[in-house]
Design a binder for this molecule. Structure first.
Ligand SMILES: NC(=O)c1ccc[n+]([C@@H]2O[C@H](COP(=O)([O-])OP(=O)(O)OC[C@H]3O[C@@H](n4cnc5c(N)ncnc54)[C@H](O)[C@@H]3O)[C@@H](O)[C@H]2O)c1
Length: 272
């Protein structure tokens, strides 16, 4: 998600500093962005000169201090509350007071991240969708402390600078889209787990019967099963709705490191 967000910002004319945890992370992010830019050129969505200009706007670092002076930060580290809280504390120290601090989190309340900062009014959710260069939606999430000015600036950044479509959500688990989507994906996993139908038939059924571009198990693999589990836990924690309880199979797959496309295997095999 981080590389997708960085790519979209760079293609929109924004200078971006990508902060990764280590050099391996940088190499992975750079390769993902290069591949995606090449795909866009091949598909005729980007010309060669714009591709080079976008690549030139991206700088990569492992030091968060290098974001000092930026107008905004968009955090997209692992879906781990403690890690995100630490990152927000450091972003608050590193960025000027006028900058807004956004999180792409799918499940951590924005207020918890705001509470780590000295100015929770400048903390907002900007929830992008995967793949970021392709899907137009961004959910703008307001915590009870987010200022009107931050909402206006973050919305205008997403809409006018990045050309995205925004919808607004309160700071409730799942925001709008995942609160509707996740119980559906969990029921598909339960259906597969119980032997009710094969994974291929479940996916085919929703694609051909409902014109969905991909089936629920394919979508779960694309989202990442760890992220899906984290969001389902946050939904259950907030609403106690049994429809949001993670099926045992999902827990076992995450414990096994079968995280979907990003790990090479989930409900389907992506190796090779
Ligand atoms: N996958 C999706 O479909 C999706 C959609 C919307 C939002 N999100 C959210 O985006 C975030 C990232 O999800 P993802 O699927 O890209 O996860 P991912 O596991 O693919 O990527 C996380 C990245 O964070 C980096 N990282 C970890 N610790 C770091 C640190 N201290 N400093 C800098 N970088 C660090 C890792 O090296 C890795 O590249 C999560 O909050 C997730 O909920 C995901």
């Amino acid at each position: 998600m981080g590389s997708g967000i960085a790519e979209v910002c760079a293609r929109s004319g924004v200078d971006v500093t990508v902060v990764e945890a280590d050099d391996t992370g940088i190499a992975r992010a750079q390769a993902a962005i290069e591949r995606s830019l090449d795909r866009a050129v091949k598909a005729g969505k980007l010309d060669a000169a714009d591709r080079e200009a976008a690549a030139d706007r991206l700088a990569f670092t492992t030091s968060l201090a290098d974001v000092e002076g930026s107008d905004a930060a968009i955090e997209a580290v692992f879906e781990n509350e403690e890690l995100k809280r630490r990152v927000f504390k450091r972003l608050d120290e590193a960025l000027p007071d006028a900058a807004f601090l956004a999180s792409n989190t799918s499940s951590v309340p924005i207020m918890k991240l705001g509470a780590e900062t000295t100015h929770p009014g400048r903390v907002v959710g900007l929830h992008f969708f995967n793949p970021v260069p392709v899907l137009p939606l961004v959910e703008v999430v307001r915590s009870i402390m987010t200022s009107d000015e931050t909402i206006e600036r973050a919305t205008s950044f997403a809409e006018e600078t990045l050309g995205k479509t925004t919808i607004h959500s309160q700071d409730r688990a799942g925001f709008v889209v995942n609160a509707l989507l996740i119980p559906y994906l969990l029921s598909a996993i339960r259906m597969y787990e119980s032997g009710f139908a094969s994974k291929e038939d479940i996916d085919e059924g929703m694609m051909k019967g409902c014109a969905h571009p991909m089936g629920p198990l394919q979508l779960a693999d694309l989202i990442g099963l760890d992220t899906l589990l984290a969001v389902s836990e946050s939904l259950y924690e907030e609403f106690r709705d049994p429809a949001s309880v993670a099926p045992a199979l999902l827990n076992r797959m995450v414990e096994a490191g079968l995280l979907g496309r990003k790990s090479g295997r989930g409900f389907y095999d992506y190796a090779g």
